[in-house]
Design a protein around this ligand. Structure first.
Ligand code: A3P
Length: 300
């Protein structure tokens, strides 16, 4: 079936439902048993994020680090969602995430997930896999999710901005509470040392520095030239025009509504929040984010 035909046969947007205490849709729960029983390998690398934290950015960085030199062809022929599959997804078009992961020919396998930490298949922990968590400040994260929800037809309709913002604050959005997600993963670092916690704002501020930290975590030592190539390649404008990473091949996304690579900025929230919304959000944020060791920057 061509992408155009698929576009004409879009299913209705899915409902959110409570799934073990987290709001989810059928597109991320349908293969639950298989996901939970997934057999991780010791060299698997898991990238975990709350949606719209910059998952594709870090996925591409990792893909380039591991395969950019040895298999350059895959960069121009295989879309990123097949190179770094999304473990729990089942959208009926790109194969289920779990099938894609199990059929990955690469070593290591680089795998993406948006699951909160308590839902991660236990074999990742048993195999002490390397795990990278990428977090983004709540205000930019909610704005990015709002625009993404408008353009991706296999997510619930976000509604208008004000009602979406309140759903986000209440955790009534896909993958549940942002606050619990970032905190749950932050706490995991205390008991699981093979976890590298990164921030979107830090990569924006100094991509080369963050790449060095990432390489040191992964035990990689690329040449200076290779690192320069990677930091150039993953610049927002380069990724925006790269059809293998900008999701232009997805039949579920309506690019007339919004782009996948939309703005890529820290602080775009200022163009969305009213003064009153900002005050309410800040008050609520203080109540929910009690751990002083986890700090986000909403501007740089
Ligand atoms: P915006 O909607 O704010 O533009 P994910 O990959 O988790 O779905 O996240 C998508 C968000 O990350 C989008 O945010 C996208 O623009 C941003 N992003 C992706 N690649 C980026 C890059 N190279 N530099 C900055 N932001 C990037």
């Amino acid at each position: 079936m061509s992408d155009d035909q698929l576009k004409m046969e879009l299913p209705p947007r899915p409902e959110l439902f409570d799934f073990h205490g987290i709001s989810m849709t059928k597109y991320v729960t349908a293969t639950w048993e298989r996901v939970q029983n997934f057999k991780a390998r010791p060299d698997d690398i898991l990238i975990a994020t709350y949606p719209k934290a910059g998952t594709t950015w870090v996925s591409y960085i990792l893909d380039l680090l591991y395969f950019g030199q040895t298999s350059p062809d895959r960069l121009t022929s295989i879309p990123i969602n097949k190179r770094v599959p999304y473990l729990e997804t089942t959208d009926g078009y790109i194969d289920t995430g779990i099938d894609l992961v199990e059929n990955l020919p690469t070593s290591p396998r680089i795998i993406k997930t948006h699951l909160p930490v308590q839902f991660i298949p236990k074999s990742f922990w048993e195999q002490t896999c390397k795990v990278i968590y990428l977090a983004r400040n709540a205000k930019d994260n909610v704005v990015s999710n709002f625009h993404f929800g408008r353009m991706i037809m296999i997510r619930p309709d976000p509604g208008d901005w004000n009602s979406y913002l309140h759903k986000f604050m209440a955790g009534k959005v896909i993958y549940g509470s942002w606050y619990d997600h970032v905190n749950g993963w932050w706490k995991k670092k205390e008991t699981y040392s093979n976890l590298h916690y990164m921030f979107y704002e830090d990569i924006t501020e100094d991509g080369a520095r963050e790449l060095d930290k990432l390489c040191s975590f992964l035990g990689l030592s690329p040449s200076l030239e290779e690192k320069k190539q990677i930091t150039d390649e993953v610049q927002f404008d380069n990724m925006k025009h790269n059809n293998m990473v900008n999701y232009s091949t997805s039949p579920w996304m309506d690019f007339n509504i919004s782009a996948f690579m939309r703005k890529g900025k820290v602080g775009d929230w200022k163009n969305h929040f009213t003064v009153a919304q900002n005050e309410e959000f800040d008050e609520d944020y203080k109540r929910k984010m009690k751990d002083p060791t986890l700090q986000f920057r909403t501007e740089i």
